[in-house]
Design a protein around this ligand. Structure first.
Ligand SMILES: NC(=O)c1ccc[n+]([C@@H]2O[C@H](COP(=O)([O-])OP(=O)(O)OC[C@H]3O[C@@H](n4cnc5c(N)ncnc54)[C@H](OP(=O)(O)O)[C@@H]3O)[C@@H](O)[C@H]2O)c1
Length: 349
């Protein structure tokens, strides 16, 4: 099969580099274009990335030779992955959609738009039915789909089977988020070594709202949010990769702890789809009382699985547990690639 040509917008950033790494040897997609700001444009990717390449693998030689272009919609590809800084992602992604490109974005700008899917293929694949409406907006075949914020996806994944089987009425979450989530160079070392920072700008509203859109319904051409509330406290901790989250849930129907574990362990909606980046299973429950841990568990399912553990009763709500997800893979580039694989499988590319 001839591979589909894809472009990476924001290819020089932290998430952009992950795209380049994860797309190397992808069976369906081939990086044909790399684009970034005018500061980087016009030079070979490998030259611009000298001293900036941070992922633990070499720059793929073929991509290293590509000349970086500006983010204007004249790239030779059908699909663009967007890892653009959110200060510019909004209008750039719109211009690409209007010009007929499919855009799979990591940026927050369009996540809550009323005609843009905020997609986790295991959870809300039916939300793609909104795409014809969006195509009408752009007057083209193009469209934007988005993946959730890196802490929101780690929360939405274990909530999804609980919401479906038992209903949810309240969720309280405290996140312990890794440094790579802040991009490069990120949080100054003097602020974070020997420390925890109890604030991440703009993060709590995303964690409180995005899972509700994801777990909500698409009815009569409109998204309706899931009917429960989330209270989030977000912290930055001295960990390289892997967001750990402490979650308490109130259920609308009674369930035993074994019922919850069974719901997580049976959750594998993409099992038969044969998508290259889909982990099977996507949720792993660990029985040990000291797991999940970022260093030990973040690479489960090549960084695409979420690891849940320490389920116990909660004295205030019904149950509490921890969940861990790899923030730059499942929480960013890996999620956008899985979304694109699902689009391809459904004939949307
Ligand atoms: N880091 C994470 O774990 C994570 C997780 C989920 C989502 N995200 C989101 O993903 C996006 C990228 O994050 P990041 O951490 O990779 O950021 P980053 O390292 O700062 O990279 C930003 C990218 O945007 C490009 N850019 C900046 N200004 C531009 C302009 N005016 N025109 C065109 N391109 C421009 C940069 O190109 P130059 O190199 O040429 O400046 C660079 O390629 C953000 O929206 C972020 O919120 C990040």
């Amino acid at each position: 099969m001839a591979r589909i040509k894809v472009g990476v917008l924001g290819a020089t950033g932290m998430v952009g580099q992950r795209f380049i790494q994860l797309l190397e040897n992808h069976p369906w997609f081939e990086v044909s274009e790399v684009a970034a700001s005018e500061r980087s444009a016009g030079r070979p990717y490998a030259e611009v990335m000298q001293g900036r390449w941070k992922v633990p693998a070499d720059i793929p030689p073929r991509v290293g030779q590509l000349t970086i272009k500006e983010c204007t919609p004249n790239l030779e590809c059908r699909l663009c992955f967007s890892a653009l800084d959110s200060s510019v992602a909004g209008p750039v992604e719109e211009a690409f959609a209007r010009a007929g490109y499919a855009v799979s974005s990591n940026s927050r700008n369009h996540r809550m738009d009323p005609d843009v899917p905020l997609l986790i293929p295991e959870v809300n694949a039916d939300h793609l039915d909104i795409i014809p409406q969006q195509r009408d907006r752009w007057g083209s075949d193009g469209y934007i789909i988005t993946n959730p914020n890196c802490a929101a996806i780690g929360l939405a994944m274990p909530l999804a089977p609980l919401h479906r089987r038992f209903g949810l009425n309240k969720v309280i979450v405290t996140t312990l988020q890794a440094l790579s989530g802040a991009g490069y160079p990120g949080v100054p070392s003097l602020d974070v070594i020997d420390n925890v920072v109890p604030f991440i700008g703009g993060e709590e509203p995303k964690v409180e709202s995005e899972p509700l859109k994801i777990l909500g319904a698409l009815d009569g051409g409109k998204f309706t949010s899931a009917d429960f509330k989330i209270s989030a406290s977000c912290t930055r901790v001295h960990v390289l990769d892997g967001h750990l989250e402490s979650v308490s849930v109130g259920l609308t129907r009674k369930a035993s702890a074994d019922d919850l574990i069974k719901a997580w362990e049976e959750f594998d909606p993409l099992r038969d789809q044969e998508l290259p980046s889909a982990p099977s299973p996507p949720l792993i429950y660990r029985q040990e009382n000291d797991r999940p841990q970022p260093r030990r568990d973040r690479d489960e399912g090549k960084g695409m699985a979420c690891v849940v553990g320490r389920l116990r009763t909660c004295a205030i709500l019904d149950y509490k547990f921890f969940v861990l997800s790899h923030n730059t893979i499942r929480g960013a580039a890996g999620a956008a690639i899985l979304n694109a694989e699902y689009l391809y499988k459904k004939g949307l590319l």
